[in-house]
Structure formats: structure tokens, C-alpha cells
Design a protein around this ligand. Structure first.
Ligand code: AMP
Ligand code: MG
Length: 404
């Protein structure tokens, strides 16, 4: 065993990542059906082949009329119109509206020929097979014009957009039933540790359940990746080597990332490819490694669950989002809040401090060592203390990143 000779700064690690990311080939595209397309990244502009609406339609329940016939109407000067039929959504009126006539019309129904406005039912009163106009309308009133929502040829969503629920509604409304999207980066999650039992197993004796597998899998999914979770890999160099060589776009190794005698991953990555960064001036997560094996980016994440989460957030998540065509920045909302107690940090390393929101502000979580996973569950978010800072006094305003 040998300790870390020197630690890279967080900036150095991120700039190495930024420098290699462009050399990773753009992921291929794939087609997905509308019902599977939410949260995917568009790889092609979506251009409308149709006008929406494709016909002049009524925006109100009322009567299709000629606006001219309603001019001068008031409650004291009611103008009668003869009702000659009805038109419903999907069922147009077959005839034509002439002077002195009206057609009953419902919202979404096509405006009949001859009519040029919709007279809302509130501006009328029934009168046998006639209707009395109490209030006039102008030409085009309450009529949705052809293409007023979307014009044929409009780009409704452009390359690189993340598809939101409302985007799927728009795609559907222009008759598009699938989208060309960026393939999800495939992220192989290698959980190492002889002490580990499969996720969700009751801890027994000296063995503990894998906390990082389900956590990383959820983080990868959040960041648009496709997690591949082959099960626990023992602390055995032969088996770990094989697992590292399996196909993927990104490999996350949980545990065994440091300089202990069971920590094989750093040496194997250096042997099979490049271990560009090993040991980072940050807390938690200092035994983090970044490298590549052929066309795969490899992240060595410490086994301590808090360190694992923090190292994922600082480096791996950023890369997975970038590969999948997403924004690299953290997906956490940021708020500015007053510290209720001081937050102490050591100069020379970046601190990832978990905090809780209180009525009076935000409070650092007292017991917050890297092995205390519940510190992240109790936390509402975290504060980053930069390397050149000794922390913040009580009362200082700090940026808090809120966990989703
Ligand atoms: P390591 O990074 O392998 O040295 O592990 C550091 C600490 O984290 C040890 O106490 C491990 O037992 C623990 N640990 C490692 N992997 C996991 C995991 N997947 N889930 C929960 N704890 C873990
Ligand atoms: Mg271990």
C-alpha cells in the first residue's frame, strides 16, 4: 500500500474531462415511439408537415354567422337569425350560411361555408327555430384560423431539445408518431466489495448490503443514461479486469478506488488504458479516479456511499449528460439562503457539505462523515465550499443546490 503522492484539484479533473469528451464519438441516433420519447434528446429537428388547425374552427359554443348580420344588435334591438342546422367537431355543416341565417356550432367544429364569425351563445337568446342576436361580433371573431397554432414547415422542436410532456402532445398533433433521438449512453455499473450483499438484502454479520448500486442506477437514469447492472464484482483482479472490458460507453466502478490492498481498479485502468486522474483534493470523495479504456470513459468512485454520490455528481454525471447531448451543469435547482450556523472547511480542498432547510435558513448537518449515508437523506441539498475558502460564518448567504 502506498498513499496518494499528490492530489489533483477538482478543476484539473473537470478540465481533463472536458478535454477528452469531444473525442468520444457522438452517440448514434434511434427512433422511439411517442409513448417512450419523454425525456429523450432530439437528434433531428421536428418540422410540421401540416397546418394546425387544418381548417377554420370555432373557439366557442354558439352560432356560425355572417358578422354583417349582427351589426347594430343590442338587448333592445334584437336581430333574429334563422337556424338552418348544426355543426359539431368532426362533422361539418353540409350547406352554406346565407344572409339572415345561422348554424349552431360547438367548440372545435369547422366554421360552415358562408359564415365568417362565431356568435357565442352568451350573446344570444333562443327564439323557436330562430335565435336573437343581443350583441354583435366582428369578422373572424372566435374563429381559429388555419395554421394559427402551427404552420406547415414550422420547426416545432429543434435538435438537442429534451422532449417534455407537452412536446409529445405537439408532435402527436402534427401527425408525428415517433422521434429520432440520441441513443442513451450505456453505463456499466460495477459494484465491487467482498463484504457486499446484493442490494436490498438484510445486513448479516460483517456483511453489508450494496447501497451504491440502486443509487447510481437512479442517478444514471436521471442523467439520461441506460444503467447496466451486472451484479456484485468481487475484489478480484481477474474478474474486475473482465468486467472492465465489457462493452459500454461509460463504466462506473464503485469501491476499491483508493490505495488499499484490495483496491485493484486503479492499477487495472492504468494497465488497460489511461488513469488520468487519481486522488482529488475534495471531501468527501478524495480517492476518486478518472480515466479511459479504449472508447469508454471510466470513473472510479469511492465505496463510501456519500463519497460515491459526491464523486458521481462532480464528474460522472457531467460526462453522462454530455455524451447523451444534455447540458453538463448540475440538474439541481440553486437557491441563495442564510446559514444558521457556521460551516467550517479546510483550505486546499473542495467541500461538499450536506445541509438542511430550516425556517430561519439553512443548517449544516452535524454528523456528516463520508460513511453516513443518512446524512444525504436527511439533507435537503448541499453547499460547495471552494478550495480557497475556510468556510462561511453564521449569517452568511450561501448557494444551496437542492436535491431533486
Ligand atoms: P472502499 O471504497 O471499497 O474502500 O469502501 C469504503 C467503505 O464503503 C467501506 O466501509 C465499504 O464497506 C463501504 N462500501 C463499499 N461499497 C459499498 C456499497 N456498494 N454500498 C455500501 N457501502 C459500501
Ligand atoms: Mg472495498
Amino acid at each position: 500500500m502506498r498513499g496518494f503522492a499528490a492530489r489533483a484539484t477538482v478543476e484539473q479533473a473537470i478540465s481533463w474531462l472536458n478535454s477528452v469528451l469531444p473525442s468520444f464519438a457522438e452517440l448514434p441516433t434511434e427512433m422511439v415511439g411517442l409513448f417512450d420519447a419523454a425525456t429523450r434528446v432530439l437528434a433531428q429537428d421536428v418540422v410540421s408537415g401540416v397546418n394546425v388547425p387544418g381548417f377554420a374552427r370555432s373557439m366557442m359554443d354558439g352560432y356560425g354567422v355572417r358578422a354583417d348580420d349582427t351589426q347594430g344588435a343590442t338587448a333592445y334591438n334584437r336581430l333574429p337569425l334563422r337556424i338552418i342546422g348544426t355543426c359539431l367537431p368532426g362533422t361539418p355543416f353540409p350547406g352554406r350560411v346565407s344572409a339572415g341565417e345561422a348554424v349552431r356550432i360547438m367548440t372545435g367544429a369547422p366554421l360552415p361555408d358562408g359564415a365568417d364569425a362565431v356568435l357565442p351563445v352568451e350573446q344570444t337568446e333562443p327564439d323557436g327555430d330562430q335565435v336573437s342576436v343581443l350583441d354583435p361580433v366582428t369578422v373572424g371573431k372566435h374563429v381559429g384560423q388555419i395554421g394559427e397554432d402551427i404552420r406547415q414547415g414550422d420547426v416545432v422542436r429543434s435538435t438537442g431539445s429534451v422532449l417534455r410532456p407537452q412536446d409529445l402532445g405537439v408532435l402527436s398533433s402534427i401527425g408525428v408518431d415517433r422521434a429520432t433521438v440520441v441513443r442513451r449512453p450505456r453505463v456499466r455499473i460495477l459494484i465491487t466489495g467482498n463484504e457486499l450483499l446484493p442490494a436490498g438484502t438484510k445486513p448479516e454479520g460483517y456483511r453489508i448490503a450494496d447501497a451504491n448500486g440502486p443509487m447510481l442506477s437512479a442517478l444514471v437514469t436521471r442523467d439520461g443514461g441506460e444503467p447496466i447492472v451486472p451484479g456484485i464484482v468481487p475484489d478480484d483482479p481477474v474478474q474486475l479486469r473482465e468486467a472492465l472490458l465489457e462493452p459500454a460507453d461509460v463504466v462506473l466502478v464503485s469501491g476499491g478506488s483508493s490505495v488499499g490492498q484490495e483496491d485493484h481498479a486503479p492499477r487495472l485502468v492504468a494497465e488497460l488504458g489511461e488513469l488520468a486522474i487519481h486522488g482529488i483534493a475534495m471531501r468527501p470523495s478524495s480517492p476518486t479516479g478518472l480515466g479511459r479504456i479504449g472508447g469508454k470513459l471510466v470513473f472510479l468512485l469511492p465505496g463510501n456511499p456519500v463519497s460515491c454520490l459526491c464523486a458521481y455528481d462532480f464528474f460522472a454525471g457531467r460526462a453522462i449528460r454530455a455524451l447523451g447531448g444534455r447540458l453538463r451543469d448540475w440538474p439541481y435547482p440553486r437557491i441563495r439562503v442564510r446559514l444558521t450556523r457556521k460551516l467550517v472547511s479546510t483550505v486546499g480542498r473542495v467541500d461538499y457539505a450536506r445541509v438542511q432547510l430550516r425556517d430561519e435558513g439553512v443548517e449544516p448537518i452535524a454528523i456528516s462523515g463520508a460513511s453516513i449515508l443518512s446524512s444525504t437523506t436527511r439533507a435537503d441539498g448541499f453547499v460547495i465550499v471552494p478550495a480557497d475558502s475556510e468556510g462561511y460564518p453564521a449569517g452568511a448567504d450561501v448557494d444551496v443546490f437542492l436535491y431533486g
